[in-house]
Design a protein around this ligand. Structure first.
Ligand SMILES: NC(=O)c1ccc[n+]([C@@H]2O[C@H](COP(=O)([O-])OP(=O)(O)OC[C@H]3O[C@@H](n4cnc5c(N)ncnc54)[C@H](O)[C@@H]3O)[C@@H](O)[C@H]2O)c1
Length: 335
């Protein structure tokens, strides 16, 4: 299924972070719908190195790209030489910039800002040079402690959220110039769906709860989880937003969510019903209080109006579509 009339078959497309969750889904969207498109994936892939929080420094995994027929480049977006080669060796029509330190609990601020903020500006310069449209991943984490989930009301409460606010600020600066490309920032809310599994502990709670349930364990929720609400969005709706962001003359920053907050408790209830296993629920203290969002709900009015975006998946639908992949992963990957 395609989301607009653009024929990407003759286009050259760069996907940074293309071995990650959202980037690899984008890569296959183009491969499946526009087999003649030239798709270039750049990702640093996982090295085994970890941050001080114990999580991997990057989550890119070759298994997300099994069957991919495009070009794969292993490289770091902080590497100026790599960027120079990308600029000289290709002529991109679209850049989907997904590469980032995507782990919201990382405390190494230096690398976070360098990777998420400074490398974004470098890539934006390539986009301008190539006359390529830039579509980049911002985040709902920019709202942090805000109680208004509308562009302009950001209040980041961790280094990750801050880095995404800085990306948006760079965008506003560049949009003041008279550019002949469009720049679209998409503030994804909590994304779940196929190809997120290799994000380990930072994958959505949908897949994590599902695998706890399939193991026969009682799913562990933070205390008060019936009152912790987030806007959970299925990957296909995120792909829809990215593709609709390619329509010309739509520069700006937009929320990408369902517009409807749901609780972590809801996720477990739906999974227990779909998997037909119910061992109750266990409650544990929340270790992230202070840098944690207890409520998010995207205001998607301007995304609907300007991008023609329309989310198609309620949480019940998204989880239902995801169940076969959750079961396959459990059989083949979960030890
Ligand atoms: N998944 C979500 O719920 C969500 C929500 C809001 C925003 N985002 C943003 O969307 C984008 C994609 O997220 P994702 O969920 O697919 O995460 P992900 O970690 O699966 O994907 C990011 C990819 O970037 C790569 N990467 C990291 N540092 C790199 C570097 N220095 N050079 C080259 N590649 C590098 C990683 O290897 C990984 O494959 C990120 O920018 C993330 O911040 C995600």
């Amino acid at each position: 299924m395609t989301f607009n009339d653009i024929d990407f078959n003759s286009k050259t497309i760069l996907i940074t972070g293309g071995a990650g969750f959202i980037g690899s889904n984008l890569a296959f969207y183009f491969q499946n719908n526009f087999p003649m498109a030239k798709v270039v994936v750049v990702d640093c892939f996982r090295s085994g190195e970890i941050f001080s929080n114990g999580n991997l420094k990057s989550f890119g995994h070759f298994k997300n790209l099994l069957g991919f027929k495009g070009i794969v480049i292993s490289g770091d977006i902080n590497d100026k030489k790599l960027l120079k080669n990308l600029k000289l060796n290709y002529k991109f029509d679209y850049i989907f910039h997904q590469a980032a330190i995507s782990d919201t609990t990382v405390s190494e601020q230096d690398l976070m800002i360098k990777t998420n903020v400074n490398a974004y500006e470098d890539l934006l310069k390539i986009a301008i040079n190539h006359k390529a449209n830039m579509i980049y991943a911002s985040s709902a984490a920019t709202y942090g402690d805000s109680d208004r989930f509308e562009v302009g009301y950001e209040r980041a409460n961790n280094a990750y959220g801050f880095s995404k606010v800085m990306m948006d600020n760079i965008t506003y600066e560049y949009l003041k110039k008279d550019l002949d490309i469009s720049i679209v920032g998409l503030k994804y809310f909590n994304v779940y769906g196929p190809k997120e599994f290799y994000k380990n502990k930072t994958a959505s709670m949908v897949v994590q709860f599902a695998h706890q349930i399939l193991k026969g364990l009682t799913p562990k929720l933070f205390e008060g989880s019936d009152k912790i609400l987030r806007d959970f969005i299925y990957i296909e709706d995120v792909i829809q937003a990215n593709i609709k962001a390619c329509n010309p003359k739509q520069s700006g920053i937009y929320n990408v969510g369902t517009g409807k907050a749901r609780s972590f408790e809801d996720i477990v209830n739906i999974l227990q019903k779909e998997l037909e296993i119910d061992k109750g629920k266990e409650y544990i203290p929340n270790p992230f209080i202070g840098a944690y969002q207890f409520f998010t709900e995207a205001n998607i009015e301007s995304t609907k109006e300007n991008l023609g975006y329309k989310p198609r998946y309620e949480m019940e639908d998204g989880i239902k579509s995801y169940i076969p992949e959750i079961k396959r992963l459990f059989k083949e990957e979960v030890k």
